[in-house]
Ligand binder design. Structure first.
Ligand code: NCD
Length: 318
């Protein structure tokens, strides 16, 4: 593959989208589009990262992010090794620091980490010489999800992020996906609305570059995309969510709501889905739903991220 090898990616790690400029973001998304072409070929493998090693260090559950990074690395011919909490010495009480130093001693080029604590990826990045990618840390950030969401929207919107509006709907308070998406979409010039019960809005939301709604019918009017979020039942504190039936009556996205959006508006959801709770069953499978496009965009976007990080120090890139 022919990549502009005069370009130097300035970041050792990808910890959050806040570290990226608009230009860097678009460059990364352009590169992802070229990797997506490879993913459409009958033989979906190139030797670009042959000899590089990617460790998947997932201390919290994951289906999409972990598999997507694994597929992305393998499509580029990198070797991958997975370490999960269960079956590792973390279960014997080993500290994050000792586990990380042990992994680094095996010489990986990139470690992708998911962890339940906000700031865990940054802690690792400051400790290690190899690149660290944040695969989701607590409620804090999920940069690769926001990048793949913007990649998906860029394709659906024929490249234009300005004069567009996105509604992010649901459990914003516990969502690292919402935090990273709000920042990235606002930076790219898209208007962002949030809709959630008051108890599921984060503290300090008044300082976010968003419009906040509590009525879904009003929030959805005229938007170009709706991003539904999973109700994070495992992260709820007592009292935040008294009644699931009431939640779904007021905040579950249905065909009636979608009829109020712009014609052709698309639906996103990072997955996993609680069907019937935050998104109606038929809407999740409707033609306007880009949920599975997000998954394929995720592979291409993560190929671009691994490529930029794993080759940034190479003199001869290809
Ligand atoms: C998200 C996550 O883990 O933050 N899922 C994902 O990465 N695809 C959202 C969620 O769990 O609800």
């Amino acid at each position: 593959m022919n990549v502009d090898n005069r370009y130097f990616w300035p970041h050792k790690d990808l910890l959050d989208v806040t570290q990226l400029s608009g230009e860097e973001t678009l460059r990364l998304l352009d590169l992802a589009a070229r990797f997506q072409d490879i993913n459409r070929r009958p033989v979906k493998k190139v030797p670009t990262l042959k000899g590089k090693t990617v460790v998947l260090f997932f201390v919290e559950d994951s289906t999409r992010t972990k598999t997507s990074f694994d597929v992305a690395a393998k499509r580029l011919s990198a070797d991958t090794y997975a370490l999960a909490k269960s079956g590792s010495s973390i279960n014997k009480g080993e500290s994050l620091k000792d586990t990380a130093l042990t992994l680094q001693a095996m010489g990986p080029d990139v470690i992708v980490m998911r962890h339940a604590s906000s700031g865990a990826a940054e802690y690792l990045a400051n400790l290690l010489d190899c690149s660290v990618v944040n695969g989701g840390d607590g409620w804090h950030a999920h940069p690769t999800q926001a990048l793949l969401d913007c990649f998906t929207l860029r394709q659906a919107w024929q490249g234009r992020f300005t004069e567009r509006a996105v509604l992010i709907l649901g459990d914003i308070a516990h969502s690292r996906v919402a935090r990273s998406n709000v920042h990235l979409l606002a930076m790219l010039g898209t208007r962002v609305r949030l809709c959630a019960p008051r108890t599921l809005l984060p503290a300090g939301v008044d300082n976010w570059p968003v419009e906040v709604y509590s009525d879904l019918g009003r929030a959805v009017r005229g938007v170009d995309a709706v991003m539904c979020l999973r109700l994070q039942l495992e992260r709820q504190q007592a009292g935040l969510l008294p009644d699931l039936a009431e939640y779904s009556r007021r905040f579950c996205l249905t065909a009636d709501h979608l009829a109020l959006a712009e014609p052709g508006a698309c639906i996103l959801h990072p997955g996993p889905l609680n069907r019937g709770l935050e998104i109606a069953d038929d809407i999740a499978d409707a033609p306007a739903s880009l949920v599975l496009d997000q998954v394929s965009s995720g592979v291409a976007t993560r190929m671009a991220i691994l490529y930029l990080l794993a080759t940034r120090r190479d003199k001869d890139v290809l």
